[in-house]
Design a protein. Structure first.
Length: 376
């Protein structure tokens, strides 16, 4: 008997679908079918030229409904004396098929690799091209620097949704629908076409202050947080305005918080961000959600406070707004204003970056010009 892994010339035939053996001469019929199948698979394997064709042939021969499986089912029709002999032949045929299919698969895979290598040949005599390494965007760098400073002061980072309710963006911050300050923060409202205004309008937040309200609603004092993130306003892009920008706002709420605590905190921040020699001043201002309020300036980093074109010869650069949290805001979240006070501040990340690095146009941050971005 031949080795299971070898085939004779003239062994197989692949014709017909299901094998049918008459009751007379079952053993001879099976032996004949085994010989035909051996011969046919040998011929079919020689013609196979791809892994897909090999898989198809495997299913036709060794699959659940394959021809060899059909032969195996016919063994039950043999007598107990004939079955071991023919069964051994079928098992040897299966082993031979599995060996031949495996060899053919290795051959096809080797040819496939060789063809692929021919197409992907590299000329190692040419110098290689070094990939350009990217870096963090300047806005990301500034946000991380501010976070580092305030974490060092004991603050935590808080985040909130960019798509907000009118209540959190305006009303809870002491800015009712008829308040004139709303005109300074015209934003984008989320509404289906033709839909009437909802009772609770949904909008793109104009600042990250809503995060402060959401944190205070769920947390009892003391609270020391900063809230970085994107904000949106219906502004026409120009050198100092963008409809999308980044803000970082801070909030400290506790017993016995004073304006002096606010000033000291901002002085530490300004000197850490712009240099230890920076001077800080506060000018009275108005914000609807703080009272009293102030604009915060630092001495010009270009002329060191002597006066130049950058600071408009004033010697000062405005960096952020701040103030003591308005009692109405604290009452909106259920705090006892007789015991609890706090301060808040907010800064534009783009403005901080422009002042620190002398960038003259806010649009440069969003135009993705590598010549600009790689400087930082």
């Amino acid at each position: 008997m031949k080795s299971p892994s070898s085939f004779d010339e003239g062994d197989f035939d692949f014709c017909g679908n299901n094998i049918r053996v008459s009751h007379l001469g079952v053993e001879m019929s099976l032996r004949s079918e085994i010989a035909k199948l051996r011969k046919e698979v040998r011929g079919e394997l020689k013609k196979v030229s791809s892994l897909e064709e090999l898989d198809t042939l495997w299913v036709r021969v060794l699959g659940r409904k394959g021809k060899l499986t059909s032969l195996t089912r016919e063994l039950g029709r043999l007598s107990s004396t004939e079955r071991p002999t023919v069964g051994k032949m079928v098992n040897e045929l299966r082993q031979a098929f599995e060996t031949s299919f495996a060899e053919k698969r290795r051959e096809l895979e080797r040819e496939l690799r060789e063809r692929k290598l021919e197409k992907e040949t590299l000329d190692i005599t040419l110098p290689g091209k070094l990939p350009q390494l990217g870096g963090k965007h300047l806005i990301t760098q500034i946000i991380e620097e501010v976070i580092r400073i305030f974490i060092g002061l004991g603050y935590q980072v808080a985040e909130g949704p960019e798509v907000e309710l009118d209540y959190y963006n305006f009303e809870a911050l002491n800015t009712p629908p008829d308040h004139p300050a709303r005109s300074l923060q015209d934003t984008f409202y989320i509404r289906r076409k033709g839909e009437r205004p909802m009772a609770e309008d949904v909008l793109l937040r104009t600042h990250t202050s809503p995060v402060q309200v959401r944190v205070m609603e769920k947390t009892k004092p003391p609270i020391y947080i900063i809230a970085p993130g994107r904000a949106y306003r219906h502004d026409v892009p120009d050198p100092t305005h963008s409809p999308m920008f980044h803000q970082i706002e801070g909030l400290a709420v506790d017993r016995n918080i004073t304006f002096g605590d606010l000033k000291g905190t901002l002085e530490v921040f300004a000197r850490e961000m712009f240099g230890g020699e920076r001077k800080v001043r506060l000018r009275p201002h108005f914000f609807p959600f703080t009272e009293p309020s102030a604009e915060v300036d630092v001495s010009c980093i270009i002329c060191d406070g002597k006066g130049c074109r950058v600071c408009k010869y004033s010697g000062w650069l405005e960096i952020l707004g701040a103030g003591m949290v308005d009692p109405n805001v604290l009452e909106n979240v259920g705090y006892d204003t007789e015991e609890i006070t706090g301060f808040a501040f907010g800064m534009g990340v783009e403005r901080i970056a422009m002042l620190k690095y002398g960038v003259s146009d806010i649009r440069l941050f969003f135009e993705n010009d590598v010549r600009f971005l790689k400087q930082f």
